[in-house]
Ligand binder design. Sequence first.
Ligand SMILES: Nc1nc2c(ncn2[C@@H]2O[C@H](COP(=O)(O)OP(=O)(O)OP(=O)(O)O)[C@@H](O)[C@H]2O)c(=O)[nH]1
Length: 466
Amino acid sequence: MVLDNLGSSLRGSLDKLQGKSRLDKDDVQEIVKEIQRSLLSADVDVSLVMDLSDSIKTRALEEDPPAGTSARDHVLKIVYEELVGLIGDSTEIPLEPQTIMLAGLQGSGKTTTAAKMAWWFSKKGLRPAVIQTDTFRPGAYDQAKQMCERAEVDFYGDPDADDPVQIAEEGLEATEDADVHIVDTAGRHALEADLIDEIEEIESVVQPDLNLLVLDAAIGQGAKEQAQEFDGSIGIGGVVITKLDGTAKGGGALTAVNETDSSIAFLGTGETVQDIERFEPNGFISRLLGMGDLKQLSERVERAMAETQAEDDDWDPEDIMKGSFTLKDMKKQMEAMNKMGPLDQVLDMIPGLGGGLKDQLPEDAMDVTQDRMRKFEVIMDSMTDAEMENPRSVGAQQVRRIARGSGTDEETVRELLQQHKMMERTLKQFQGMGDGDMQRMMKKLQNQGGGGMGGMGGMGGGPFGD
Ligand SMILES: Nc1nc2c(ncn2[C@@H]2O[C@H](COP(=O)(O)OP(=O)(O)OP(=O)(O)O)[C@@H](O)[C@H]2O)c(=O)[nH]1
C-alpha cells in the first residue's frame, strides 16, 4: 500500500505523545522527521516532502488545539488534513457516456486497467467497451480480449492490423452501441518520440473526454518526467496507480499527480478484473494512518456476499442470523471472504486493526490463514451433505474417512470442526439482537478502533466528524 510505512512509523511517534496536552518543538521535530523519512523512502519527490513537512511543522506549533483535544489528536488531525491536501480530491468520473484514453509506459498496467475500468462501469449500470490499439506488444490483443470476456464487457481490437489510429477509428464505430469507450494505447520501455507521436495521433481521432496516466506504484522519481511528457502532449486529467498490492511505495505516483496538477482516479490492487477501487482521499488517508476505511470495507463485503448468494439461490446470509449455523454456511462465508480479496487488504480497512494489530502479526500470518482456508475447503468437499448440515454428528471414524478422502490429516479436520463450533457460539450471541443492539455493537467496535487511535471518536462523517 502507498506509504504503508508512514502509518506504522507515525503511530510510534504519536504514541509517545499519549497523555500530553501540548506539543513542544522536540515533539514536532520528531514527528516531522518521521514523516519525511517515510515519504522519501516511498519515493515522494524531495521538494514535495519539504513543503508538506514545513506546513505540518508550522501548523502544529502555531495552532492551538481545540479545547479537550489531546496534543496527539491535534497533530494527527493536522497530518491528516495536510496529506488530504497533498493528494487532493479524486478525479471526477461522471456516470454518463464518455470516452477515456489510457496512456503510460510499457507494463504499467494499462491493458489490465482498461478491462478493470470497464468492469467497474458495467457494475454502475453503464455499457462500456474497450478498444485495444496496442499493435506494439504481441499478446496485448489476446490479453485484453480475455480480460474483457471475464469482465463481460464489449471489446474491439484487430490482431492483424498495424495502424493504431485506424484501429481506434474503426473501434469507435464498431462499438457505437456502448456508452463508455475506454481506449487502451501501446506503451514503450521509455519515453520515446514515436510513442508520444502515436498517442497524439490517436488522441486527435478519439477526442477523449479524459486522459488517464497509468502508473505502476513502484515507479520512483521517473514518474515526474513521464507525467510532464504526457501532460505536455495530450494533457493528463487523472492518474491510475496500479499494483498497490505489491509495493509499499507509490510516492512516485503522488509526485505525478502533483506535477500534472491532476488527481487520482482509480487504484489497482491485483491482477483480476475486480481488483479496482475508486480512489477516495479521505478513506485512503484514514487507512494509511490506521483509522480504517469502513466504506470500502462494507462495499466489498456487500459485493462478495451478493456474488456468493447469486451463485447459490438456496443460500441467504440473513438466514444465519435467524437459524442454525451449519458447515455449509461456513463454507459460503469462506467463499465470500475469498471474493473480498487478500486478507491483509481487508484487515487494513478495519479501523484500529489495520495499523496497530496487523503490524504485530508475523509476516506470513496471512498466507497461513489463507492456506488454512483452502485446506478447510478441500475437507468440506469430502464431507457428505448430512455431515455438512450437522457437523456435531461427525465422529472419530468419519474424521478418519474425511481426512483420507481430502488428502489432509485428522488434526486439520478436527481443527475445522472446532473452528465451526467457535463461530457458531459467537453467532449465537448476535442472534436475537434487535437493530438497536446491532448499532450499539457496531458503535462499540468502531470506538474500540478509534480508541486505538487515542479516542478519535466514531467514523461517521470522516475520522474527525464533529
Ligand atoms: N499485482 C498486480 N498486477 C497488476 C496490476 N495491474 C496490472 N498488473 C500486471 O502487470 C503486468 C502488466 O500489465 P499490463 O496491463 O499488461 O500493462 P500494459 O501497460 O498494458 O503493458 P503494455 O501493453 O506492454 O504497454 C501484467 O502481468 C498484469 O497482470 C495490479 O493492480 N496488481
